[in-house]
Write a protein that binds this ligand. Structure first.
Ligand code: IVH
Length: 686
């Protein structure tokens, strides 16, 4: 048998093919980074099928050929677009934009053209077909003519309305309408996802675009639902509703239907102003919370768009202006290894500080050993570093021409760099884990997570305090935090009486957080804050949850088999039962108002939107309070919104609320409406 499993041993070849098919499926679906063409993939599947037919004794229920209703690879059904989904021509300089404008003006015989300038969102193009106002189909671009039907997954994207809103001045809802836009992942959500993938020992996504595409291509839509995807609508293909005369009108209509339309979009007169927009956009690129890779300039008038028409692959009335990549060369001094809260060892590059378009970069995540080997990154290498739409930079790869021969290949340690215990690699995982459940690094990271904003939200419990508490042997698990008194905390370095008392009060107050937050804090694999909240609302208290079987958990919205198994497994472990008991003894609240009881709150049945900066509490806390008072919290203002709570510096949402005559309250009024006391009694949030 050769290296690829070919030869007499057909059982080995079958095993090899199954592994390869699973691997390519993962590359295709999860990472959106296929290594082979569809035809090559089909060839592997066909070979496996033929071998399995010839050797029935080697068939297996676990084989990729027997999964998902007979479709071997389980890929999505294809769907033919009603109108072709074209791409855009690219350009890279102001001169090229001028040339585009010259072509447009020549074809139209005009002096000056009105343009709409938009950020070019780095995500995945999506076509949404609505029938009688209801979302009927969601399709990826595919080859432009046919795409993948991913409707079930699109339905989980919170910015995609299931039904179109009727808005003032929008006219009657069209019987059929297609809407185009971009599914994307915000930078913060991308980073959090990759961090948890690192912790789970899963390979990371290369950038927010791939993570959006990979998340949308999940065959289990509960996994898509757990990923935080967002959506901007930016185009209504022909036939556009008759009364529309411009692209700006189309965008306003999309907003009226309930879509998010990018707030940076501007209408300008002439290409000079459009160039000004592109330059401005590039300067604010880093401060935008999602990745953009350029600007799109579109002729505003629909009549002029029709006159210009399309080429084979793109409209003549629009162009994409691409930003320069943000890369720089520097030296990789050494690779250090960090231990995360689930015990996963993550290598990190320590770099000679380098300025990558305005930001000094000193560290870059290398994710795992396989990735270092694949890219052949060695300590001492000169490397190319890039900021790919994130705050955490990455090493693109070594610059081989600069190699001197003194560079050192890297190997992950055999022992945990923090506690010296053995490390192991679980089946199928790329990551190594420290095997010591009480490894100090795991405890440290776990405590940091426990105290973080979306978890138990303990203000003032940061790394410096946690390090000292651990060093003094005062804290061995989460429950020990609740034994700390103000005097002990005040005695720590760089703490005083006042800060000690404040921290003690913050820890004390966190006892009253509800079960959802507690579940998000204690390190149940695959359970983030949103899922934790839904699980808590379903079961109401921790006892009921600890008794639950996987099928009970599967009834919770967005919970799929992976999450259900993680939760059940967590509560079956004796040490976690002990932890729950200790937390209970420490007076930590373990209940949550049940979902069905919520209807009775003071905001029962209302749809509420928060906007602007809140001063009394964090946005997530305010949303939680509103939900507990019976409200449904959404992100965008529409005619269906009942209340907008406006903090300071509220902008377009407040304006829109006023325009639509939606009731507006300030933070104080909101607190009054929900009745602080009533909330205290119900869930003990404070
Ligand atoms: S308009 C017929 N507007 O860029 C024109 N596209 O390179 C339809 N994109 O496939 C596209 N932001 O995925 C348009 N504001 C924007 C965009 C945008 C991102 C993507 C889209 C398209 C690709 C073309």
């Amino acid at each position: 048998m050769d290296l690829f499993g070919r030869g007499e041993d057909e059982a080995a070849r079958i095993g090899y093919l199954r592994r390869e098919i699973e691997r390519h499926n993962r590359l295709y679906y999860e990472l959106d980074a296929p290594e082979i063409t569809d035809a090559e993939f089909d060839a592997l599947v066909n070979e496996l099928k033929a071998l399995e037919e010839a050797h029935p004794e080697l068939r297996s229920a676990g084989s990729p050929t027997s999964k998902v209703g007979g479709a071997p690879a389980g890929r999505f059904p294809t769907y033919r677009h009603k109108a072709a989904m074209l791409s855009l021509d690219n350009c890279f300089s102001p001169e090229e934009l001028m040339a585009f404008d010259a072509r447009v003006r020549k074809a139209l015989g005009s002096e000056k053209v009105g343009y709409v300038c938009e950020p070019k969102i780095d995500g995945l193009a999506m076509s949404l077909e609505y029938k009688d106002g209801k979302l009927a189909v969601g399709v990826t671009r595919g080859d432009g003519v046919t795409g993948e039907n991913v409707t079930a997954n699109v339905l989980t994207v919170k910015d995609v309305p299931r039904t179109l809103s009727r808005c003032e001045g929008c006219g009657p809802l069209p019987a059929e309408i297609t809407i185009r836009g971009e599914v994307y992942m915000r930078k913060a959500d991308f980073q959090a996802l990759n961090q948890s993938r690192d912790e789970e020992g899963l390979p990371p996504f290369a950038n927010p675009r791939n993570s959006a595409a990979g998340s949308l291509r999940q065959l289990d839509s509960s996994i898509t639902a757990g990923r935080k995807l967002s959506f901007f609508a930016y185009y209504l293909p022909e036939p556009a509703p008759a009364r529309l005369t411009s692209h700006s009108d189309a965008l306003a209509l999309l907003e009226g239907f309930g879509f998010k339309v990018n707030p940076e979009i501007r209408r300008v007169e002439g290409i000079e102003e459009a160039i000004g927009f592109c330059e401005h956009l590039e300067t604010i690129r880093d401060s935008i919370e999602y990745e953009i890779d350029g600007a799109v300039i579109k002729v505003d008038s629909l009549a002029l768009q029709r006159e210009l028409g399309f080429t084979q692959r793109s409209p003549r009335w629009a162009i994409a202006y691409k930003f320069a990549p943000r890369q720089a060369k520097t030296k990789l001094l050494r690779i250090e290894v960090q231990v995360g809260r689930t015990g996963v060892l993550t290598p990190r590059a320590v770099l000679e500080p380098v300025n990558v378009s305005g930001v000094v970069v000193q560290h870059a995540s290398l994710h795992n050993e396989d990735l270092i080997r694949q890219k052949d990154i060695r300590e001492g290498d000169t490397v190319l570093v890039q900021r790919a739409g994130d705050v955490i930079p990455e090493v693109v790869g070594p610059i081989l021409e600069d190699r001197k021969g003194t560079e050192r290949p890297f190997r992950m340690p055999d022992a945990c760099p923090e506690c010296g215990s053995a490390v192991s690699r679980e089946d199928e995982e790329v990551a190594l884990r420290c095997t010591n459940a009480s490894c100090p690094a795991r405890l440290r990271e776990g405590l940091l997570h426990f105290a973080s904003r979306d978890a138990m939200d303990i203000d003032g419990l940061g790394p410096a305090v946690i390090d000292q508490l651990m060093l003094k042997g005062l804290v061995h698990d989460f429950a020990d935090l609740f034994k700390l008194d103000a005097a002990t905390l005040a005695s720590l370095d760089r703490m005083g009486e006042k800060s000690g008392a404040k921290l003690a009060a913050a820890i004390g107050a966190s006892r009253g957080r509800n079960l959802g937050r507690l579940l998000a804090s204690i390190g149940i694999r695959n359970v983030g804050p949103a899922t934790a909240k839904l699980i808590a609302a379903r079961f109401g208290d921790v006892e009921a949850l600890m008794r639950a079987e996987e099928e009970d958990l599967l009834e919770v919205e967005t919970v799929g088999p992976v999450v259900a198994e993680s939760v059940v497994r967590f509560f079956r472990l004796p040490q976690n039962e002990v932890l729950v008991e200790k937390l209970r003894a420490a007076g930590v609240n373990m209940t949550e108002p049940k979902a069905k009881e919520r209807g009775s709150g003071p905001l029962s049945g209302m749809t509420v939107v928060f906007t602007g900066t809140l001063t009394q509490m964090t946005r997530s806390k305010a949303e939680e309070l509103a939900a507990m008072a019976g409200a449904k919290v959404t992100d965008s203002v529409s005619s269906k919104t009942d209340l907008v709570v406006a903090g300071s510096e509220a902008g377009s949402k407040l304006e829109k609320a006023r325009r639509l005559n939606v009731r507006v309250a300030d933070e104080r009024e909101f607190m009054e409406m929900i009745g602080e006391k009533a909330v205290k009694d119900e869930g003990g949030l404070f």
